[in-house]
Design a protein around this ligand. Sequence first.
Ligand code: SAH
Length: 335
Amino acid sequence: MRSEARQAELKEIIYGFCLSQCLHVAARLGIADNLEDGSKSSAELADLTGSHPAALRRILRALASIGIFSEDEDDCFSLTPLADLLRTDVDGSLRAEILHVLHPTSWLPWGQLLHSVKTGQAAFVEVFEESAWAYRAHNSETDAIFEAMAAAHAKQQADVILEHLDLSTVGRIVDVGGGSGEVIAIILSRQADLRGVLFDQPHVVARAKEVLRAAGVADRCRIEAGDFFIEIPREGDLYLLKAILHNWSDEAAMDILRNCRRAMSAGGRIVLAESLIDSERTPVANFMDLHMLVIHGGKQRTSAELGALLKAAGFCLQGIQKTAGDFSLIEGVAT
Ligand code: SAH
């Protein structure tokens, strides 16, 4: 490849951050939702979204250059298959994920990636002087954006869990760090005899009552607020930890697992739902791994690493199931 061609290729990568922010702005403004019923000019879109027409047109053109929206005639924009995923209410929508991952609370720490690489610590703490969890506890907008992302994926994720886990012998499932209950609500609504405990931080479970009520399972699910570094609810037959351990260092992950073990009787089941970073180190898997470092000082792990953590915390590894979702299920039994 000639050097000009290599330069051009590298430049697209260098300026990739511009596209990420154009995407963020388009998602924030709800451009794709506004194109649902047909194409519009940048002036119309600016009017609908309270934006500056000429500046918006430039953003739409930049996005159209990579297949997100198309400019059919001069200044007439419409949806493309990629832009479709920016709509709010479509199957597989990534709007909530874009709003979370490209929000200043992710973006600003990513600007300090070097700090994470020098120290192995979360750049988030360097920028905001507290952990992402502490920040979200008193910043409702950021918390709501995070919750919206969790809610957007909940149905698909609950389906995957139900497809792969045999819950027939489970009386009570405990969702450790279960957010505001979207996933456990769906699981319980599909398993009539199952009872549940939703466990998360106080400000997070504060919204759960409504979620459980709407799913018709409030009478079968206890809500417990607490700190999984201190104590985890007892009396569960199966403890689910979905997207929990990747937020934490090995030491902290061990503390959480040991607290789970302490809460359980021998023979109890624990299921980790985590994206594995095994054989396929796709670019996105690597970026997610770094995202965990930058935001939480955490990491994505291999199945061997998760198996070793389970073993050290007093569990015997039962099996690992790859799923069609973006996570695998790693199951252990308390010894
Ligand atoms: N299981 C959910 C949420 C994963 S995000 C899902 O997969 O969608 C991680 C969760 O851990 C958040 O809901 C967060 O509030 C919770 N969490 C963080 N620190 C915690 C702590 N110390 N004690 C209990 N929950 C905590």
